[in-house]
Write a protein of this length. Sequence first.
Length: 194
Amino acid sequence: MQDTRTRILSAAIREICQHGWKVPIEAIAKAAKVDPITVYRHFTDREALLREVMHEASRRNPLIAYLKATLRSKPVPPLHQVMCGMTEVITGSSADLYRLIYHASLNRPDVLAYWDADPDRPHVLTLLAEYVNRLRAQKMLSAALGPDESAAKQLHGMIMGSFDRNVLFEGCENADADPVNAMRHLCLAIEHIP
């Protein structure tokens, strides 16, 4: 069984994803099946809870685990395979984390800045840049995408675009019928750029 602190953090992540950053502590406590005072026993104040929510969500981020596993592969898989896997993760198991980031960017730039500056947080762009570097070493990625860091940002932008269309604006006309297949087609086209 989860300890109380973990239950509170999990409930806070779910509640913020569903209701935004202004969700009352009482709602988080109710979702965690604890009294509001218990929340304050574990977190000194609301701000401490919100910062810890971002830290905990980052720690649980399946996208980071996916990229680390990809980098352990020798050789690394082709671009379309990795980007399809990332699309599957970000529109599925990582969706809540990226909803948190999205809501923070709109409503709590202070919490977002704290999260972004967290030295313990693994960074997707760093892992993507390493992946791009390895792809290039394997002669599997065109120089047309630019230097490794620039290419990593472009790939991250593609993933975030898929998240926007298929998670934030799910059901809208911009959403892909099959996000993974849409990413596959785009990446196969990129892989054939000389």
